[in-house]
Design a protein around this ligand. Structure first.
Ligand SMILES: C[S@@+](CC[C@H](N)C(=O)[O-])C[C@H]1O[C@@H](n2cnc3c(N)ncnc32)[C@H](O)[C@@H]1O
Length: 464
């Protein structure tokens, strides 16, 4: 712990020397880049390490500046390293993200002699993005779309690693930096920590700026609110060519010690898991996608991603209009299509058929899962106390099967679970990912269940 703190202090001094600052005036006297506006703090329930307000902050204030020279980009890593530059030239088909991954691992390979040593020491040692999920954790997601997304993420990681392997061999990286595990670490670092820059689609790593944890974008900023704040820009962070720096602005007012959050974008929980390795218990942008009958897709030309149930259980506009049209007798579809496409109900009878179809679809999806919502809640309690778990009494067969599958996939024997000491770090990571999978499927099922309640209310009281 003391070592971590000493590392953090060295990092903040290093960052100050590069001109990273949370002060609006230039202040060369301070040995740390933080302390006037922000401070590093720990938020166990909202992202772990993050940045807190060191004083009251007003919406729209500039809170952190990271000069271009402090940004970690492929350009800067390559221009400082002839061997890397020459090796990459021989592999022109690598993507911008693969190039940044190779350059990052090459930099880690340098150890203390890397110009970025203090920054690299601050990076997490492992991540929980979908690409790092094992087969058990993938199956624990239960819903086909999510399983497919996770398998695709793992396959993509493997393919990109295999393509980049020859260049890493040429660079003579240490064997542990050439493994698939190391590759996943580098690509997860890039996926979860890079920020947009106009000159490289891989983005840049932004020391200190990447300590901000995430909050979803706030909806409904009124024009007055936007004018009131110092906002001729509507985003909370971006590269500003005028001052050659990455600039971060407060999205709202903060009291002293509040966590200052950044919106990385609008994501469903599955997307947050895929790109950042976490999810939110309350995510206004979460969605449950349901598949339609094949012939429904040809009735309307809505993109597939617009056909969903939103976080509060309401079917989306595109879902409703498609099912309304499909529930209309074929001979009448042409004449009422404009009504369906404009989002209006077609008739009471049609609306009842629509609600029934959507509710049945949600119910079928829920019934196809091996555990119920209540069992998922219980599973989460078991997972939280997993290190103390000693038996399977009083749990349903589905939960016992899942626990057994976890133990088998991690080669843990029941005897080995009786004390905390017997659970290895690797198993603990796996327990954490399992928890993420169960939290995700629970949230998804809750949306489906809320949708069934919504449809039932509509059927019982069509005038709502
Ligand atoms: C850009 S980093 C933020 C700083 C990070 N906590 C750290 O210690 O370096 C993004 C990562 O922080 C974590 N994170 C950010 N916001 C979060 C939130 N609201 N809830 C849980 N984890 C979050 C996730 O692990 C994510 O991949």
């Amino acid at each position: 712990m003391e070592e971590d703190d000493a590392n953090l202090q060295s990092f903040l001094r290093w960052a100050a020397a590069l001109g990273i600052s949370d002060s609006s005036i230039s202040d060369c006297s301070s040995s740390s880049c933080l302390g006037r506006t922000l401070s590093v703090s720990h938020f166990p329930d909202a992202g772990g390490r993050g940045l807190a307000a060191a004083r009251g902050i007003r919406k729209g204030e500039l809170i952190l500046r990271v000069p271009k020279a402090a940004l970690v980009t492929s350009d800067c890593l390559i221009s400082n390293d002839q061997k890397l530059s020459a090796a990459l030239e021989r592999y022109p088909s690598l993507s911008s993200t693969q190039i940044l991954s190779v350059a990052l691992l090459n930099e880690v390979n340098k150890g203390r002699s890397s110009l970025w040593y203090h920054y690299l020491k601050q990076l997490p040692q492992s991540y929980d993005l979908l690409a790092s999920f094992g087969q058990f954790e993938i199956e624990a997601l239960q819903i086909d779309d999510a399983i497919w997304a996770a398998e695709k993420a793992v396959d993509k990681g493997k393919m990109e690693w295999e393509e980049a392997a020859p260049v890493m061999c040429e660079l003579n990286l240490k064997p542990q930096l050439m493994t698939f595990y190391a590759w996943l670490w580098a690509s997860a670092t890039i996926s979860s920590r890079t920020m947009h820059i106009p000159w490289d689609t891989a983005g840049c790593l932004c020391p200190v700026g990447d300590f901000f944890n995430y909050a979803p974008p706030e909806e409904g900023n009124s024009i007055e609110e936007l004018l009131d704040a110092n906002t001729d820009r509507l985003t909370d962070a971006g590269y500003d060519e005028g001052v050659a720096s990455y600039c971060f602005y407060a999205k709202r007012n903060y009291g002293k010690a509040d966590q200052v959050l950044l919106s990385y974008g609008t994501y469903t929980n599955l997307e947050l898991l895929e790109h950042y390795g976490f999810l939110l218990q309350e995510n206004p942008n979460d969605k449950a996608f349901i598949s339609l009958e094949p012939e429904m897709y040809s009735l309307c030309s809505w993109p597939k991603e617009s056909i969903y149930i939103s976080e509060d259980g309401m079917p989306s506009f595109a879902l409703l209009s498609t099912v309304r049209l499909w529930a209309t007798p074929m001979s009448k579809r042409r004449s009422i299509k404009h009504i369906a496409l404009s989002g209006h109900r077609i008739s009471a009878e049609n609306e009842a058929a629509v609600m029934e179809w959507i509710a049945d679809k949600c119910q079928a999806l829920l019934s196809s899962c091996s555990t119920t919502i209540d069992e998922d809640i219980l599973m989460l309690l078991v997972i939280d106390k997993f290190q103390d778990y000693t038996g399977e009494a009083e749990l349903s067969p589905a939960l016992c099967d899942e626990i057994r599958a976890f133990l088998e996939s991690n080669h843990v024997t029941c005897e080995g679970l009786s004390t905390k000491l017997h659970v290895s770090l690797k198993t603990r990571r796996s327990v954490y990912r399992w928890k993420l999978a169960v939290q995700w499927r629970h949230g998804y099922k809750r949306i489906l269940s809320d949708c069934i309640s919504y449809c039932t209310r509509m059927l019982d009281n069509p005038s709502c």
